[in-house]
Each structure stands twice: as C-alpha cells, then as structure tokens.
Design a protein around this ligand. Structure first.
Ligand code: GAL
Length: 503
C-alpha cells in the first residue's frame, strides 16, 4: 500500500513537473511519463510542435521498448496509460521519420527484434477474431521470441477494407510478409504468380497434405500450387437466436421459411425485431442471401450456380430473392448503420431474436461472455454446410521471408490451430484437433462438417473469383433499396455471364 502510495506521488509529481521541465524540444529526445488525460497527438503537439507527429513518438517508444522494457509498448495509438514511459524523439528525428511514414504500413510504428519483424495482415479486429489471432501470436512468440510481431489489421469484416489496402501494397512492392486469404478462387484476384510465393515446400515439410481433408486441399490448389496455409473452417449458414426471447414468447426456432415468418409475425405483434441485420460492411446482406440460396435451391443446384450448371434464371433464385426481400421487411431498420458485429450485438442485447451470419459470431459471443444463444441451420439448409476457410499467404516481396515461413508453419500446426480456433469460433482445418477444447456449438460444427454436403461460400472467397463476388454483392445491395426481384435476378445472371461461367 505504502509502495503504491509513493508510486502515485512520484507519478503525480512527474505529472506536475514533467511538462514544465521539458516542454522545449530536447536536441537528443527525451523520456516522457504519461499522465491522466494524455494522448499521443497532444504530447506530439506539445513537444514536437505538431499533433500529427504522434507516429514518431509511437515508433521511437516501441523501438526503445525492444532494448529496455521499462519503456512502454504502444500497440494502439489511442490507448496509452498514465505511468507509461515514452520516448519523445528530437524534432529533427521526428521530421525525418515522418518523411518516410506511410499509414498503410503499421510496421513502421514498431521496432525490429533481433530477428526482425513478422508483419501479419488481416481484418481480424472484432471480438473473437482478435482474440483468436492473439492466441496464435502467442504460440509464435514462444517459439521465436526475437521476432517483433506486427499486427497489421485493417478493420472491416470479410476484408471489406483490408483487401483494397493489401492490393495497393502488393502492387506498390511493399507488402506485409503474410496476409489473410480465403481458400478458393479469391486468390485469383491477387495475381498469385506475380505477387505470391507458392507454398508447396511448406506443405511437404510440414506434412500438410495428410493433415487437411482432401476436399479442402482441392479448394486450396490454384494453377497447380498451394498459395495459402489454412488455419480454420468456418460455416456461413448459421441462424443464431436469443434463447430468452424464444422462451418468453413460447416460440421454437423455425426450420422452414413458413415457420420463420410465423415467428416474425408473432414477435412483430409484440414489438420485437425478429430478424437482426447489419449491412454496414456492404457484404452482410450478400452473406445472408447465399445461405437463403443454398436453402432454397439445395446443395447440388446451389453449387451449380457457381459453375454454370444451374442458371441464375432458375425459379429457385426467384424464390430465394422473394424470401430474402420478405426477411428484410422484418429486420431492424438501422441495418445500414450496423456491421456484422453490430448485428450480433442485437442478439446479445436481446434487441433481435434471430441473426444469420457465419460462425465467427460464436467467437464474438464468447468474447462477450454471452451464453444465452442457440443455433440452427437457416431454413432449408439442414444437412448443408456452406463453407469457407481462412488461410495465410506469403508475399513474394516479404521483407522477412524466413519469419513468415515460420509463421505459416505455426498456422498449419495442431498447436497453432488449437490456440486459434476455439476463440475464433471456427473449427480446425486439420483433422486431429482435440474436440474437448471446443464449446458445444463448435463441436456440433465438427460433426456437421464431417457428414453434411459441403458447398462453397461466395461472400468469403470460396465459390467465385473476386470480381464476380463483387458484382453479386453490388446486385444484392441495390436489391435492398429497389426490392426489384426480376431486375436483380437479371443482374445476377449478367454477373455470371461476365465472369464467364454462364452463357
Ligand atoms: C470472413 C472471415 C472470417 C471472419 C469474417 C468477419 O471473411 O473469413 O474469418 O473474420 O470475415 O470478419
């Protein structure tokens, strides 16, 4: 207690004196102890005469931290805490840094370990995703303590913002070492032969061809090579529901669309939103529709939509669009403002009864310590598993290729996957993970994965090339406002023709 008191006194004395003593920029740079109410740009303004110079303080502090752990490690510029020791560089050093700084390259904000950095690009910033990734980083750090891991995330589910940033970096010749890539045709959009390294040697050295199921290996191969090491299997078609709402209203989760709408009518009469939706990322509605398409057309015909074997003019597509339009009619009206996590939060808060979204939602619920949820396949999709898989790829111009190769080995390992998936809300891509590490939902997903008809997700890179997935997404977003079933169906058919899959 006494110790704590004196620490408080010292910190408060520093708070009082530090700015007064050292407000003039020191020629050599100087230490600074964070006080309550500080933020980086305020400190940058005060000591460097430029609030926009905060990245120079972040970078300088993180570099110091690698040699001297009494300096803080700043992983998020918005989160600095009273008592933290920072290093404020001189004005000249800060200016020199800012000349080379590029906000799309977060690695510049971190120092280099004795063995350099590992720059990992992904869009995993939401609850569950972030924890899963941190779990895998922990394993890597235990094995390679001298490597500084840089978590180069760009927020936005399904990579809605990340993919564009990554493409610019790839084309500009300054990519991260490794990045999140969906298994399947998404890789085509990154011109892999030009920008990525084939990973066949890692598959061989790590025995990955025997670790993953055959169908997944087929999905992973593009132009004769493996371009990503899968960390998981996700399921797109899950209908999450708030158990309390169903119990309090004497309702059971629907298994058919008729039942779904009957539940919606019953809840609407009581002023409760039955279908929770968030479409702020611009892909979430497209995600829900892929599940409705699978449930309405059936596994075989749904698969055919992406190969040209089923025409988009088919009656099941008309029916799916009609159903989806009706669903949206029951959704919360603020859906354009909510992203997928905002939609999931409606279930947590008891503000909506049902939510159709991939099983990263299970990771989200777990991260919020929310247990009052149930799950079921959306109507029509019992026995169908709309699948996707996240992998990590290696860029040709990776600044730290050896570190990146070691990362990919962790990604493919049992240890890495067991640290990642229970928090991420996905099941292992490997077939040998211990089911006991997973919660009841994920155990049920494992069973379904082993026996259901597996069909590919379009909104998450498995079913179609990126440009087709984008055209599909655009058509669905227009549909939300137009409600034009015939026009949307024609646009979806045109997208298939454009992609070269339909005549
Ligand atoms: C998917 C990705 C998942 C999850 C989701 C929401 O595209 O495969 O891992 O992160 O986006 O961000």
């Amino acid at each position: 207690m006494k110790k704590l008191f004196s620490l408080v006194v010292i910190v408060s004395l520093l708070a009082v004196f530090a700015p007064v003593v050292s407000a003039a920029p020191a020629a050599q740079g100087q230490e600074y102890i964070v006080t309550a109410g500080d933020w980086l740009s305020k400190i940058a303004d005060k000591y460097l005469g430029n609030p926009l110079a905060w990245p120079a303080i972040m970078s300088a502090t993180n570099t110091k931290n690698l040699e001297d752990s009494t300096f803080a490690k700043i992983t998020n510029a918005d989160l600095i805490e009273p008592g933290w020791k920072l290093w404020v560089p001189s004005k000249e050093e800060a200016e020199a840094f800012l000349k080379t700084y590029d906000p799309s390259k977060p690695e510049l904000l971190f120092g280099k370990g004795a063995k350099g950095q590992l720059v990992v690009g992904s869009w995993w910033t939401a609850g569950g995703e972030a924890e899963g990734l941190a779990g895998m980083f922990k394993i890597y750090k235990q094995k390679y303590p001298d490597v500084e891991i840089v978590n180069a995330t760009v927020a936005g589910g399904a990579g809605s913002n990340f993919k564009a940033v990554l493409k610019t970096r790839l084309i500009g010749g300054a990519p991260p070492d490794t990045f999140q890539l969906h298994a399947g045709l998404e890789v085509e959009g990154y011109s892999p032969e030009q920008y990525l390294e084939p990973l066949d040697d890692i598959y061989a050295s790590e025995g990955l061809e025997t670790a993953f199921p055959k169908d997944l290996l087929t999905l992973l191969k593009y132009k004769g090579h493996y371009w990503g090491v899968p960390v998981n299997i996700h399921r797109s078609n899950v209908m999450w529901y708030n158990k309390a709402i169903f119990a309090q209203n004497n309702l059971t989760p629907p298994t058919t669309w008729d039942e779904f709408f009957a539940v919606c009518d019953a809840l609407k009469a009581k002023g409760i939103t039955c279908y929770g939706l968030g479409n702020n990322g611009g892909w979430e509605a497209g995600h829900a529709l892929e599940d409705v398409l699978a449930g309405t057309c059936g596994a075989e015909k749904y698969r055919g939509l992406w190969t040209g074997a089923t025409s988009w003019t088919d009656a099941c597509v008309t029916q799916a669009l009609e159903t989806f339009k009706k669903m949206v009619g029951y959704a919360n009206t603020d859906y354009p403002a909510l992203d997928w996590a905002g939609g999931a939060q409606l279930i947590v808060d008891g503000k909506a009864a049902m939510f159709i979204m991939g099983d990263w939602t299970d990771g989200y619920f777990t991260s919020k310590a929310f247990t009052g949820y149930g799950w079921a396949p959306p109507p029509g999709t019992k026995g169908i598993f709309v699948a996707l898989s996240d992998t990590f790829a290696l860029t040709k111009k990776a600044p730290n290729p050896e570190n990146a190769r070691n990362w990919l080995k962790v990604c493919g390992s049992k240890e890495g996957q067991e640290a990642f998936n229970p928090q991420k809300g996905s099941i292992c891509a490997r077939t040998d993970c211990d089911p006991k590490l997973f919660n009841a939902y994920l155990q049920s997903a494992m069973v379904d994965w082993s026996k259901d008809a597996i069909v590919p997700s379009v909104m998450h890179g498995a079913a179609a090339i990126e440009s087709w997935a984008t055209d599909y997404k655009t058509a669905v977003n227009l549909f939300l406002t137009s409600g034009d079933v015939a026009g949307t169906q024609a646009a979806l058919q045109a997208a298939c023709v454009k992609a070269g899959a339909c005549k």
